[in-house]
Ligand binder design. Structure first.
Ligand code: TRP
Length: 337
C-alpha cells in the first residue's frame, strides 16, 4: 500500500548551496516553500556542496556550513521522515550522471548562461571548468530522481530550462529515459532586493553589510538594517516602479506576514517611513527567531544530524542508482553480465 502510493506521487527536487550566510531571500524564495510539499510529493532536498566548490571555499567552513544547512532545513520544518534530506557529494551518481550529460551538452550553450557570465566576471581569477559545468551538474541532480517539479527562486529558471533541454535531447538520442522537469517559481517574495540598492537582488555575498539580512542575524541587527534601508523622499508607503526601496520593504513585509500588498499598503497608510521600517524589521526578526533557536538546538546533536544525512543519502542512492543504471545501459556502457 505504502509503496504504491509512493509510486504514484509526483516527485519534487530542490537544493541549496551550503555557502553560508543564507539571506531572508533564500528563505522565502526557496526552503520555506518546500514545507507544504512534503505531504503531497515524494521529495528530495539536497545540500549542493559539489556546486559550492565551483567558487573557492574554505574546507573546514564548507563542512561546517553543510551541517548548519542541514540543521536549518529541519528547523524550517522539513521532516526527515517525510523527505530525503541529504548531501550531494554523499551520492556518487550525481557526478557520474553529470559526466554522461556533459557529452550531450554544448560548450556554447554553457558559455551563454547568465549565472556563468556573472560569476566569471566576479571571480575572474578562477573561471574553472566546474563553474561552466554547474548547470549540467544541476541537470544531473534533477534528472537522477525523475523529478516532476523543481521549486526554485527566479534566478534559477534558466538552469531548469537547460535541464529540460538536456533531458529532451538525451531522450531523443537514446530513447525515453528522463522525465522532463518543470520549474516552480514562487510568486510572493520570489525576488527580494538589496536594502541598499533595491534594484539589485539581495545577495549572500554583498560587500555592503547593510544590504542583506541574514537568517543568522539577531533581532538588533535585523532592525538596524531595516532602519538603514534605502527608500525615497516622498514618504508614501505604496508599491510602484518609481519606489523600488519602499516596494521591496512592502514585499518583504507581505512575504513574512502572509498578507496581500493592498492590505499592507492600507495598514501603513498615513504612517511615516520610520514606523514602517521598524514594523518590517520586527516582523522579520520575530519570524526568524524560532528557526534560529531550533537550528542552534539541532546543531548540538551531531549524532542525530549525521543519522538524518546518512539515511537521506541511502534513500537518494536507491533511486539514483536505478536511473544511472538505465542511463549506462542506454549509452552502451558495458555493465558486466
Ligand atoms: N543552483 C541552485 C542555487 O544556487 C542550487 C541547486 C543545485 C539546485 N542543484 C539543484 C536547485 C537542483 C534545484 C535543483 O540556488
Amino acid at each position: 500500500m505504502e509503496e504504491t502510493s509512493q509510486q504514484n506521487k509526483k516527485v519534487v527536487y530542490s537544493a541549496v548551496q551550503p555557502s553560508g550566510n543564507l539571506t531572508i531571500g533564500n528563505y522565502v524564495g526557496s526552503i520555506r516553500n518546500w514545507i507544504d510539499m512534503q505531504d503531497d510529493y515524494t521529495c528530495y532536498f539536497a545540500i549542493a556542496n559539489m556546486h559550492a566548490i565551483t567558487v573557492r571555499q574554505d574546507p573546514a567552513l564548507l563542512r561546517r556550513h553543510t551541517l548548519e544547512l542541514a540543521a536549518l532545513y529541519i528547523a524550517c520544518g522539513l521532516d526527515p521522515e517525510k523527505c530525503a534530506l541529504y548531501v550531494q557529494s554523499m551520492v556518487p551518481q550525481h557526478a557520474e550522471l553529470c559526466w554522461t550529460l556533459n557529452t550531450v551538452t554544448y560548450v556554447g550553450e554553457m558559455q551563454r548562461m547568465t549565472q556563468f557570465k556573472d560569476k566569471s566576471a566576479k571571480h575572474a581569477d578562477n573561471i574553472n571548468m566546474g563553474l561552466m559545468d554547474y548547470p549540467v551538474l544541476m541537470a544531473a541532480d534533477i534528472l537522477l530522481y525523475l523529478a516532476d517539479y523543481v521549486p526554485v527562486g527566479a534566478d534559477q529558471t534558466q538552469h531548469v530550462e537547460i535541464a529540460r533541454d538536456i533531458a529532451i535531447r538525451f531522450n531523443n538520442r537514446f530513447g525515453e529515459t528522463f522525465r522532463v522537469p518543470e520549474a516552480l517559481i514562487v510568486k510572493q517574495g520570489a525576488k527580494i532586493m538589496s536594502l541598499q540598492e533595491p534594484t539589485k537582488k539581495m545577495s549572500k555575498s554583498d560587500e555592503n553589510i547593510n544590504a542583506s539580512v541574514y537568517l543568522s542575524d539577531d533581532k538588533d541587527t535585523v532592525i538596524r538594517k531595516f532602519k538603514r534601508a534605502v527608500t525615497d523622499s516622498d514618504n508614501r508607503i505604496v508599491a510602484s516602479e518609481e519606489k523600488p526601496g519602499v516596494s521591496n520593504l512592502l514585499a518583504i513585509y507581505c512575504a513574512f506576514r502572509g498578507c496581500t500588498l493592498e492590505a499592507a499598503e492600507k495598514e501603513f497608510e498615513g504612517r511615516g517611513y520610520g514606523d514602517f521600517k521598524l514594523a518590517v524589521g520586527e516582523t522579520v526578526a520575530d519570524a526568524i527567531a524560532p528557526v534560529q533557536a531550533e537550528q542552534k538546538r539541532l546543531l548540538v546533536d551531531k549524532t542525530y544530524l549525521n543519522g538524518v544525512l546518512k539515511e537521506g543519502a541511502e534513500r537518494a542512492f536507491k533511486t539514483a542508482r536505478r536511473t544511472l543504471n538505465k542511463v549506462y545501459r542506454k549509452v552502451g556502457f558495458y555493465q558486466g553480465e
